[in-house]
Design a protein around this ligand. Sequence first.
Ligand SMILES: Nc1ncnc2c1ncn2[C@@H]1O[C@H](COP(=O)(O)OP(=O)(O)OP(=O)(O)O)[C@@H](O)[C@H]1O
Ligand SMILES: [Mg+2]
Length: 213
Amino acid sequence: MGKSLRGKFITLEGAEGSGKSTQARMLCEYLEEQKKEVLHIREPGGVKISESIRDILLDVKNTAMSDECETLLYMAARAQLIEEVIVPELEKGKIVLCDRFLDSTVAYQGYGNGVDAKTIQAVGKFATRSISPDLTLLFDIDAKKGLARAGKNKDRIEQRSLAYHNRVRKGYLELTKQEPQRIKLIKVDKDKEEIFKIVKRHVDKLLHCNRNN
Ligand SMILES: Nc1ncnc2c1ncn2[C@@H]1O[C@H](COP(=O)(O)OP(=O)(O)OP(=O)(O)O)[C@@H](O)[C@H]1O
Ligand SMILES: [Mg+2]
């Protein structure tokens, strides 16, 4: 990450219903208790333009959307969020917690839809201005269990087959192998307090590292 970005960028990744938003809320509270300045945002979305793109992406009526269009819309939403929020907040020194980021596109559009991985990385670099998270928490859950937890009102992506969601899960696990320093795999087979203990351990380590630098 660039030198002027004093803050810390933490992303939460994983399948539908893996507990990303639950853990992000708990982490937000924990950091605020320590009087840290923290911002919690979600992808796709987080700012007006990106929320509009989100509506297009998740609308079940958009059955005609091509894989290329889907990939680029996720990237467009991300580019706007980076420009409008992530970079300015990191420059101010804030901790930015982002529910999903570029790894989601690698997993869902890459492994899930079969879009070329190199293309995703290249467009991803452009969209994010090469800004990569300092830490990524990856919540791993059995695809079927996750979908069941996510509920009945399924969006355009959640509606996809179990085979699709299994490919996404596999993609995430591959990513962890490629970048073990950044991506921390957390098995979602315990209650949320137990999982939060692990989350806290990773985040404390990251923020502590900062003080020693
Ligand atoms: N460790 C846990 N054990 C059991 N249920 C959990 C656990 N963590 C979260 N849940 C429940 O599972 C559901 C999905 O959790 P949550 O919304 O945090 O997942 P998510 O990853 O943000 O999902 P989505 O991708 O759909 O936004 C919620 O009803 C939540 O209360
Ligand atoms: Mg969520």
